[in-house]
Structures are given as structure tokens and as C-alpha cells.
Design a protein around this ligand. Structure first.
Ligand code: SAM
Length: 249
């Protein structure tokens, strides 16, 4: 059934769209071709339909659709429905895994509150190319559906040693280390509040030299995720879930 004028588009959930432009009452925001196609042909929305838009800076707004030409669409903000508020500050540094698993990590990490996705290249990383645009597209989709008001920053891949060399002095590096470390729950309870990052390794794990370099960093907090060896994607997401449970990120 087509969505009627004035309705929030919601067969199965309201439509929230991430936009790049500033949002201000009465100033139309142009939607991109993918969004216009989705609204017209998937949601069968009509001119006058209400949607929600956000850009990571101006909060969330109720906006009304205008379908101007055969393909174009715009949304005119009416009123703010949520203010922006402060975002969490948690990076996920992860060795990229195969395409589907990396996309899954980008989506789920966004749902779990990560503020920055940082692919890292280690000696045993087997994926040679990371599609940062695709990672961002997955993060945007997850932010739209999870009611987030922002989208995590998606960085280009960085070699592990370069990342360690430039590590910020005030950011804890929570190192998922299956080779013997205190349980993550205990380690987090002892960690003072402040910026943090979770680091998880590739399918083959970190090699001994890499592991020693990570552990030598003064900001390193080694943690165990339990007695079993988790797959790389499982480990990253399990660590984020524990962090969120303790810190509410
Ligand atoms: N060392 C193994 C190997 O050589 O294949 C396993 C690596 S595991 C598949 C990938 C990454 O997940 C590890 O580098 C680590 O960061 C994380 N990980 C897996 N299980 C873990 C656990 N029980 N505790 C902490 N981290 C874990």
C-alpha cells in the first residue's frame, strides 16, 4: 500500500535518512539518487510524506518529501525531533576480514556505538583491498536503522606499526588477546573513563613481534574474551558488546 500524505513512512519501521547537508527549518535538503529511488520505488512514498532526516550535526528532524522531477527528491525540515547531544568516543581497530564479514562488522559496530572504524593491516592480514566507501555505506545504513544521530568515521587502512607509532597518549587501547589476559569485564571496571579503542586481530592472529609491540604500548589494556578462540569478526563484536554493557557507549 502506498504511503499517504503526512504519514511517517512506516510499513515495518519509520524511514530515517542520513544527509550530508546542513538541516534548518524550511530549507529543502536534496536527497541523493539512491534515497530518491528507495522512497519512490521501495517505500512508494508520495509528495507530502513525512520522513526523518539527520546529518550527525543538527539532530534529527521531521521533514516532508517533495518529489520534484521524474527522479529527484528533496525533504523540507519542519521541526527538530531530537537534539544532537554528545556522541560516544570508541574506535574499533580491526584487521579486515573477507568482504561479507567486514561489511557485517561495519554494520554491527555502528549499531554497537563505535565512533570510528579503523581497518588495520597486519602481517597475517589476508585481505589486500578494503573498500572504504562500501564500509561507509554499511555504516550509514546501520545508523539509519538503529536510531543513531551520527555515522562513524571510516578511515583508510593503516599498517599496524604505523598505527601504534601515532597512538594518542590519552586513548586506551583495549587489546583483544587470546594468548592470556584478564577477563575484559574486570579490565574495563578498572579502566578510568576516557577515550578508548578496541583492537582485534586477523584470522591468523597477531604474530609474536606484533603482539609484543602492542603490549609494549603504555596505553595498552590486554583483555580476554573467554576460553575459546573466537573468529576475528566475532571477537570484535563481542568486545564491543562487553564495552557497551559496562560503559553504555
Ligand atoms: N591466534 C589464533 C590464530 O592463530 O589463528 C586466532 C586468532 S582469532 C581468529 C582473531 C582475533 O580475535 C585475535 O587476534 C584476537 O584479537 C581475537 N580473539 C579471538 N578469540 C579471543 C579471545 N578468546 N580473547 C581475546 N581475543 C580473542
Amino acid at each position: 500500500m502506498a504511503v499517504e500524505e503526512g504519514d511517517l513512512v512506516e510499513p515495518g519501521g519509520k524511514v530515517r535518512l542520513f544527509v550530508e547537508q546542513p538541516i534548518a527549518a524550511g530549507t529543502p535538503v536534496t536527497l541523493d539518487d539512491g534515497q530518491a529511488h528507495y522512497l519512490r520505488h521501495v517505500m512508494r512514498a508520495r509528495a507530502g510524506t513525512a520522513v526523518q532526516i539527520f546529518n550527525g550535526r543538527d539532530g534529527e528532524w521531521r521533514a516532508v518529501l517533495a518529489l520534484s522531477s521524474r527522479r529527484g527528491a528533496a525533504a523540507t525540515p519542519q521541526r527538530q525531533t531530537r537534539p544532537q547531544g554528545a556522541s560516544g568516543d570508541l574506535w574499533l581497530c580491526f584487521a579486515p576480514v573477507k568482504k561479507a564479514a567486514s561489511e557485517f562488522v561495519a554494520q554491527k559496530a555502528t549499531e554497537l556505538g563505535v565512533s570510528e572504524l579503523r581497518p588495520i593491516v597486519t602481517r597475517r592480514t589476508i585481505v589486500s583491498r578494503v573498500n572504504v566507501d562500501r564500509m561507509l555505506a554499511n555504516a550509514i545504513e546501520a545508523a539509519e536503522q538503529s536510531d543513531r544521530l551520527d555515522v562513524p568515521a571510516c578511515q583508510a587502512p593503516l599498517p599496524l606499526m604505523a598505527m601504534l607509532g601515532a597512538w594518542p597518549s590519552n586513548r586506551a587501547l583495549i587489546f583483544c588477546d587470546e594468548g592470556g589476559a584478564p577477563p575484559m569485564l574486570e579490565a574495563l571496571k578498572a579502566l578510568p573513563p576516557g577515550p578508548a579503542a578496541i583492537l582485534s586481530g586477523p584470522e591468523g592472529g597477531f604474530d609474536p613481534e606484533e603482539r609484543a609491540a602492542i603490549r609494549a604500548l603504555p596505553q595498552c589494556v590486554p583483555v580476554s574474551l573467554g576460553p575459546r578462540i573466537l573468529r576475528a569478526d566475532t571477537a570484535a563484536l563481542a568486545a564491543l558488546a562487553v564495552f557497551q554493557a559496562i560503559r553504555g557507549a
